[in-house]
Write a protein that binds this ligand. Structure first.
Ligand SMILES: [Zn+2]
Length: 263
């Protein structure tokens, strides 16, 4: 949701400009800071799931609801915070699609965040946890989904909304290869990359089709990560496995979109 600034709010804008100029080194004569402030790549992190929320996207007619899934939601939020801290430390600008664990966020709102900030790369973080149906963190479910032309989701009336952006699809595929390689190196597990979900999501009671909604609604390259969600002997991830997942994602991002060298 964007708010239009009212004419009576000039002063905060002037302050912002001043802060921006100082940050960019224009007023302080610090040339080194200029590049750092203006060329930091923007990365959007999308920790999966939300308190249950129902919504229809006005633009496409797609159902963009989301649901709570524990302990996955808690674990991947923790992973996202680890990734954010590391990337910020390394010179990236990081934006999260949800900033509180129990925040309600539709899938369209998540995509809108990445579109609004023109992210160089967005990534979803999910895992498969649970007493039944959960997958061991070292056992499998390591999948990297990318956007591909022709993948789609269906509206309730059966209309297909198809992904058609060739340039984004190309970049997304390139990034997926890098994610698969880097995640493999860190997690020491087989990681596969996929152009679509591979089955009809309608069979799971979601909107029909074969593409993750956030990727379909995104106008930037978006990598959707899955992993095993159960650490050895427990449901959910230990702190150590959360760190491993986070480190794998950090290495992936930094290989896809390197921070320009500061000179
Ligand atoms: Zn999930």
């Amino acid at each position: 949701m964007s708010r239009r600034p009212s004419p009576g709010r000039r002063r905060p804008f002037a302050v912002l400009v001043l802060v921006a100029l100082v940050t960019a080194g224009v007023l302080t004569g610090a040339p080194a800071a200029q590049g750092a402030a203006t060329h930091r790549p923007v990365i959007v992190l999308d920790p999966g799931h939300s308190r249950t929320v129902y919504a229809v996207d006005e633009r496409t007619g797609l159902v963009v609801s989301d649901y709570e899934n524990e302990p996955e939601m808690r674990d991947v939020f923790a992973v996202a915070k680890l990734v954010a801290a590391r990337l910020r430390h390394d010179g990236y600008r990081v934006v999260l699609t949800k900033t509180r664990l129990h925040q309600r966020r539709t899938l369209a709102q998540r995509a809108a965040v990445a579109n609004r900030v023109h992210a160089a790369l967005a990534l979803s973080i999910h895992d498969q946890a649970g007493r039944s149906g959960g997958v061991g963190f070292r056992a499998g479910n390591n999948i990297v989904y990318y956007q591909s032309v022709g993948a789609y989701r269906s509206t309730p009336s059966g209309r297909h909304v198809v992904f058609r952006d060739k340039a984004v699809a190309k970049r997304s595929k390139t990034y997926a290869r890098i994610f698969a390689r880097q995640r493999h190196a860190v997690q020491r597990a087989t990681v596969t990359s996929r152009r679509n979900v591979g089955y009809d999501l309608g069979s799971r009671g979601l909107a029909g089709g074969n593409m993750w909604m956030v990727q379909l609604l995104s106008r930037v390259p978006w990598i959707y990560n899955e992993a095993g969600g159960n650490s050895r002997g427990r449901v959910g991830l230990t702190a150590a496995d959360r760190r491993t997942y986070a480190q794998a994602l950090v290495r992936s991002v930094e290989a896809c979109v390197p921070v320009p060298h500061r000179t």
